[in-house]
Design a protein. Sequence first.
Length: 402
Amino acid sequence: MLTYDFTVTPDRRGDGAEKWESMYREDPDLRNNSAIVPLSVADMEFKTPPAVAEALADLASHHVLGYTGPTREYVESVVGWQQRRHGWTPKPSWLVCTPGVVPAIALAVRALTKPGDGVIIQTPVYYPFRMMIEAAGRKVVENPLLRKDDRYVMDYADLERKASRKNVRMIVLCSPHNPVGRVWRRDELRKLADICLAHDVILVSDEIHDDLVMPGHSHVTLCNVLTPEERKRCVVCTAPSKTFNLAGVQCSNIFIPGKKLRRRFKAEADGLALGMLNAFAYTACRAAYDQSEEWLEQLIGVVWANHQLFVSFTREHFPGVQAFPLEGTYLQWADFSAWGMSAEELERFMKKEARLFLDEGTLFGEQGAGYERINLACATNVLQAALYRLLAAARVRNLPVV
């Protein structure tokens, strides 16, 4: 068994990494300080899996980088991954490739609903959902999650009310959920599906974090809780991007079992010239799925250890701060509202005093005020340094810390 090194933090200064560049826009002086690592945007502070790097180097050296479509081997790799990791076997004909899950959601909203239609999201949730819906001239319909002590659950009574509205035509589900870290159980998904299908609401499931599931939990794809007939009303979005830190190669695999929905989706993609990926995307995805599974297993161990570190540090030093259990994703959701700061003040404190560049909870909806999302996909020493900076800044502020 190969052992991979998750202790080295790559120096991404100057390579255009959005996570790092957004930090520099806030504090230009940090370009000369490699010790401050942003823990915001959901990509990893780890090197590309070796098999992927080698496959891309070989492609660049020995192949023509012309217009490229998915080969039979590519489709087999994608289908095989879902079968091996998640226990379902999508048909090859269901597969539509797009340059990202966010573009796929935008395409689904535009292709499968009409201007003015309502689209349900379960807030606090990944903020591009709202952006894509509003940009398409559709209306966001919020079905907020309910916080029950240290976890979130779906509000089915509210979902029933919203789904029954005449103009509501779609729900965009986040599964596993970003940012709250829930991995939805089969019974939870079944109840959601029952409500939505009863009111002819199309189900779009963003499963980009499906491979990043922590010990004791397992991901259930939405298709696995639906009957063959019900699947005709769903779209399942997957990608290697979060799993293997490949967002930059822009590759997503979208499964659309229903012929009518798939035809409308593909027509919208073709109309916007989004029907083909770049040549590197296919090669990166195959190398990840076919040769990097052990890398993923070791990565999950690192993320889980970082989560445990965050929870234990919070309990020891930050009484009143709630670190939520991590069932899936590599994103830690934490409630800092006990510190009594407004959302704006908390953001200033984190950036200017603690020198922590996180994703503010308000990005994900008004329910996120007072919360922070912390990226755990980093070397453990990076997380430790961030926590000690937070502790030091909190003491200077005379916040309730130990």
